[in-house]
Design a protein around this ligand. Structure first.
Ligand code: CA2
Length: 148
């Protein structure tokens, strides 16, 4: 049976490729969606991709993964640094979570150095641009293969 990974993207990531290319690169969110689909296909994973600018919608989508998806790859964007609700929702669904950021948040403003999500994540990838999404999905494939 094909396992599904939910790939979630938080606020303003729909603007990728239109502004701030020095920080976030020139790829659009559609390019990243395609990259995730190709990586999923190459690794036997089904990919469900979702972006929202509304925190409640993200919470509902996280809840919908429980018992249905094998893991969550998430770029929570600004909510990384502000949202206890996103962290609690991720913890509640009891699925492995990988946090990803396009930019190296540790090279940036101090308020980006803390993540509410990182303590409940399997791992965090940052600063590798869209390649981080690929690496995160490949790691899920590896994790799921080594499960009993
Ligand atoms: O580096 C990342 O992936 C971030 O999650 C991106 C967030 C930022 O708040 C995090 O600290 C790090 C911001 C996403 C905003 O994306 C934009 C894209 C193009 C133009 C403007 C914003």
């Amino acid at each position: 049976m094909t396992q599904t990974i939910l790939v979630l993207n938080g606020p303003n990531l729909n603007l990728l490729g239109t502004r701030e290319p020095a920080t976030y690169g020139s790829e659009t969110l559609a390019d990243i969606t395609e990259l995730c689909r190709c990586t999923g296909e190459a690794n036997g994973l089904e990919i469900e991709f979702f972006q929202t600018n509304h925190e409640g919608e993200l919470l509902d989508r996280i809840h919908s993964a429980r018992g249905r998806c094998a893991g969550i790859l998430i770029n929570p964007a600004a909510w990384t640094h502000t949202s206890v609700a996103v962290r609690d929702a991720l913890a509640a669904v009891e699925l492995p979570v990988i946090e990803v950021h396009l930019s190296n948040v540790h090279k940036r403003e101090a308020f980006r150095h803390y993540s509410y999500v990182a303590p409940i994540a399997v791992g965090v990838i940052c600063g590798l641009g869209s390649h981080g999404y690929r690496l995160g999905l490949e790691h899920f494939a590896h994790l799921l293969k080594s499960r009993p």
